[in-house]
Design a protein around this ligand. Sequence first.
Ligand code: PEP
Ligand code: MG
Length: 595
Amino acid sequence: MPTIRDGVGVSEGIVEGKVRLLSLGIPEVIHRRIEASEVKREVERFREAREDTKEYLRALKKTTSSRLGTMEARIFDPQILMLDDVELADRTIEYIRGNHLTAAQAFEWRILELKAMWERTYQPMVLDRINDLDDLHSRLLHRILDLPDPYDPAEPEEPVILIARNLTPSLVVQCDPEKIRGVATDQGTRTSHWVILARSLSLPAVVGLGDITTLAEGGQEAILDGRIGRIILDPSERERTIFRGREVQLREWEEEIHQIAKLDAVTKDGQPVALRANLDLPWEADLAESHGAQGVGLFRSEFLVVGRSSLPGEEEQYEAYRHVAQTFPESAVIIRTFDLGGDKFPTFLHMPREANPFLGWRAIRVCLDELDLFRPQLRALLRATAHGDVRIMLPLVNDVDEVLRVRALLKEEEDRLTADGLDFNPGYKLGLLIETPAAALDAVELARHADFFSIGTNDLVQYTLAVDRNNTRLAHLFNPFHPAVIRQLHQVSRVARAAGIEVSVCGELAANPLGAFLLLGLDIHSLSVAWPSLPEIKKVIREFRIESARKAAARALAAPTSREVTAHLVEGVGDSIDLSAFSGRWSLNVPKSEG
Ligand code: PEP
Ligand code: MG
């Protein structure tokens, strides 16, 4: 009997092969108190292992740089930095000296303490950093204990699908694409460092499968679909036939992507659309560019702070922003200031535990209170404006006062940059994410102080409907086609047009074909979607007529229920696109047909 498991497809491609299970074991550390005379030697042992590991990671970084590029190679930087981190290195040495522990045990204690601190979240970015920490844990212990390299999987004789709890960047860059056809893991997220490398290497991958390592057996036949995020163990003949059909389709689609990337995002009747990319990491800029993005509509900057034990420097931030700006020299690059709180927090901020974090100290509220965090970001952003049309966007703004306070801070930082002789573009734009009903209802006032709006429908839906966006039990209630939501979209679009400022949508709704149709119909001509969705959404836009979108949107606005809203949209789309072809691909499932 075949076993089918669905996870998250993070790197496209459909492959067939035998399972190879990989376990990145952590060696057992025996407890032993050392004599005072052994302390010096144990400290030395730790330092040597640390230096060796750094050397090893630097060598991998160099190989990655020549194989994939300098930005991808930077994926190894957090681990190299961690090895020098006071919290890790100095404390380990303190434990050896103060508690008379062996190097191995002192290091293990410290790693476990750091992990316990970071594990109090479900935030993907923090979990990624924990994975980096696990990798160091295993690697360094193997060095200290003089064990053979755990990451040296003997080359398989025939091509395999690798299955593991989680992977690491160092392992993925060493995968021979001829031998490893694809990877599937229990854990991992779209932004895991190894996942980014897998994508750059075109290595198909599915993550978040939960228990695949316990279900799969070495040598078992498997099919892995990195596009829809599925793995089938012991596939039947029927599934193999479907697989081969999908493989052909996918190859055709891959070819089409290159063609679509070069085409304009314009409706059938000539309405141009600014189709931009959402990025979580600077390295994604190149992928967005090759997938046909016309700039960046949302660059989330939290990767710079989440899971870190110290504040990021202005220079490091400036480099990341500049890289994205230079990838899109002719187009807008909208960078959002830190959206911390909610489910994302940096360890150095000591965020208070809150009963309702999403209604708590979050986003712009944190930044306005923590100027040591905010000012360097504003300076780095201002400096990046010298390299293109870099725009600054503020998350979760509720009232004018917040915007005025940011404007005052920006003015102070501009003056300082001028005094320091550093360049910036004085004509840069400052925009607002509209993601609360307060902001949508008060858009007229906010528009007086903003250069553009971008609607964050993920949060707007959450706050309008009082439905936690991460609560899977309530997923069926998280409905962006609710009349209360679409009326706010309409209101914000009208206000922006009257004020002569751009309005876009950068929430998930823009990546849903029916959502894109609605938004165009509401005269929102700028959409920003996660880069893998760019070609499909562009294809969809090119099939629509703006006139039908407007008519359908007008009918949807008068509809009393979400069901009727979607029914009008489905009817408006008619047979211009095959909506059912998208189901399973979209996080907001497209309704088949209603009423
Ligand atoms: C949103 O809320 O729609 C948005 C784009 O921001 P995020 O998903 O990062 O909260
Ligand atoms: Mg948001």
